[in-house]
Ligand binder design. Structure first.
Ligand SMILES: [Zn+2]
Length: 265
């Protein structure tokens, strides 16, 4: 079976405290071999790192997510820098960072986003970028301050918007959104951009795939996202999953393991 990489899931969240091992077991059954778990607040980073030590398949990122804006302060940028300055195994990105028009304090959001983009650039780490109704304001900031690689998490937008990021060397996170036929614009964009720009994600426990609304999302449902993507891209499942695996490893400079059956280059 091909290996899959969930490039965005919050497996450290409390929502998984009761059955984390089972959730990982379910994920293994659909071929999920690696998970990128992004940080969301300074208060949560220690717990995240503690869990990463328990699970060899996890990779992680550190960042200040706009959803938790009331917990953040500019002082935490120094904390982030100190953490990035000490090399840590499997710390492969800066994230989850970004702008969210539905959250408070857009001025602080913007300052934190810029500072975190700069740190990602300084430490040559890809950025994991959150957006909501903010793609247009995000792009110039990424271009001016950001690293030369990263991922637009849960991409939702037009082909033109997608290509602006792809042209900057960024990848697009493809998740539950494309399982809804009403997401016409996003599905068209994902069908048309270069396949080398795509990576799979679930955003578990959020963003349920079609048919599972109202339930906690979990990484195993990535199988459904992959099925829809196979249809949209008109590629065989095998070759599409191989490509997505390699795109994900390339995004995070995560060395593909020999057992994956791929020629690494
Ligand atoms: Zn997230």
């Amino acid at each position: 079976m091909s290996r899959l990489y969930d490039t965005h899931c919050h497996l450290d969240f409390q929502a998984f405290d009761d059955d984390r091992e089972q959730v990982l077991e379910n994920a293994k059954e659909v071929g999920l071999g690696r998970f990128m778990v992004p940080g969301v607040s300074a208060e949560q980073w220690p717990r995240l790192q503690q869990l990463v030590e328990q699970f060899a398949s996890w990779r992680f990122a550190l960042g200040l997510h706009p959803w938790f804006i009331e917990k953040h302060s500019l002082n935490q940028i120094d904390e982030l820098e100190q953490a990035l300055d000490k090399p840590k195994e499997r710390l492969l990105a800066v994230g989850e960072i970004g702008l969210d028009a539905t959250c408070e304090n857009s001025e602080l959001q913007r300052k934190l986003f810029i500072e975190q983009l700069k740190l990602a650039r300084q430490y040559r780490l890809p950025a994991i970028i959150h957006h909501r109704k903010t793609l247009e304001t995000t792009h110039p900031l990424v271009k001016q301050h950001g690293p030369d690689s990263g991922v637009i998490h849960a991409f939702s937008g037009s082909y033109e918007q997608a290509m602006k990021f792809v042209d900057c060397g960024y990848k697009l996170g493809v998740g539950g959104v494309i399982t809804y036929t009403r997401a016409k614009k996003t599905r068209e964009a994902i069908a048309k951009v270069p396949v080398s720009a795509l990576v799979l994600e679930t955003d578990s426990p959020d963003m349920p795939v079609c048919g599972y609304q109202g339930q906690r999302n979990e990484p195993a449902r990535i199988a459904k996202v992959l099925d829809v993507l196979v249809e949209l891209r008109d590629m065989s499942k095998e070759s599409l999953s191989d490509t997505l695996w390699q795109n994900s490893c390339e995004l995070f400079s995560d060395v593909p393991s020999a057992s994956s059956g791929h020629v690494s280059g």
